[in-house]
Design a binder for this molecule. Structure first.
Ligand SMILES: N[C@@H](CCC(=O)N[C@@H](CS)C(=O)NCC(=O)O)C(=O)O
Length: 215
C-alpha cells in the first residue's frame, strides 16, 4: 500500500511521539523514523516548522499530507493497518477509545507539561515553582481514573484486546521515572500495565530504536 510506504514519523526520544512509534512497530508498518533534536530546539528550525508549524513532535508525513496530534496519529495508524487490530472496528467503541486518548492528551499530558515546560504557562520563577509543586498531586488524581478502570483485572486499557491506547498510557507511565514527577507506587495497576508493555516485542524494538531503557 503506497500510503504505508510513504510514512515518515518525526519523533524525539521518550517524548509523546513514542506512542505512535510503538504503534507503527505493532502494525508492522514500513516507515522512516526521523529524530528531531528537541533538547536543542530543532523543533523551532525553519525546516521543521515547514513540517509542523506548532513546533512539536510528533508529526507523521503521509502521501496525503502531514498529520499531527498523538490521538490523531494513533487513530490513523490503527485505521491504516486494520490487520494489526489496534483499535475497535465498531464505530462507537472507536470513539470511546478516542475519548480515552484525548483525556491523556488534553489533561494528563498538560499536567506533565507544568513540570517539564512551566515556561509555557508562566514567567516568574515563583509561579513556575508553584506549578511544579502542585502538578504531581494533580497527576495522581488524574491517573486515578485510569487506575480505577484497570481495577477489574483487565490486561489492557479497553479490556482483553490491546489497542493504541496502551502505548499511549505507557508513555505517561514511563514519565514517572523523570525528575520531579513523584513515584508511581500509589498506582499499582498502571505500574503493572507498564511492566506488561515492556514485555511486548514491538515495545522492546521501539525502545531500542529510540535508545531508551525499560523503566
Ligand atoms: N498536543 C500535542 C502535544 C505535542 C507535544 O507537546 N510534544 C512535545 C514532546 S512530548 C514537544 O514537541 N515538545 C517540544 C517543545 O515544547 O518545544 C500532541 O498530542 O501531539
Amino acid at each position: 500500500m503506497s500510503e504505508a510506504r510513504m510514512l515518515k514519523l518525526f519523533y524525539a526520544p521518550n517524548a509523546c511521539s513514542l506512542a505512535p512509534h510503538i504503534a507503527l512497530n505493532e502494525a508492522g508498518a514500513e516507515y522512516e523514523a526521523v529524530k528531531v533534536d528537541t533538547a536543542n530546539g530543532e523543533q523551532r528550525s525553519a525546516a521543521y516548522l515547514a513540517i509542523n508549524p506548532k513546533a512539536r513532535v510528533p508529526s507523521l508525513a503521509t502521501d496525503r499530507g502531514i498529520l499531527t496530534e498523538v490521538p490523531v496519529l494513533l487513530g490513523f495508524i490503527a485505521r491504516t493497518f486494520p490487520k494489526a487490530e489496534l483499535a475497535p472496528v465498531d464505530g462507537f467503541e472507536f470513539f470511546e477509545m478516542q475519548s480515552f486518548n484525548t483525556y491523556l492528551a488534553s489533561t494528563i499530558h498538560i499536567t506533565f507539561a507544568h513540570i517539564f515546560r512551566p515556561e509555557r504557562y508562566a514567567d516568574s520563577d515563583a509561579a513556575k515553582a508553584d506549578m511544579r509543586a502542585k502538578a504531581p498531586k494533580s497527576l495522581i488524581e488524574q491517573f486515578q481514573l485510569v487506575e480505577d478502570r484497570l481495577s477489574d483485572g483487565r490486561e489492557w486499557v479497553h479490556g482483553d484486546k490491546y489497542s493504541v491506547s496502551d502505548p499511549y498510557l505507557y508513555v505517561f507511565a514511563r514519565w514517572f521515572a523523570r525528575d520531579g514527577v513523584g513515584d508511581i507506587t500509589s498506582l499499582p495497576r498502571i505500574a503493572a500495565h507498564r511492566a506488561r508493555m515492556q514485555e511486548r516485542p514491538a515495545v522492546k524494538l521501539t525502545l531500542e530504536q529510540e535508545g531508551l531503557a525499560p523503566v
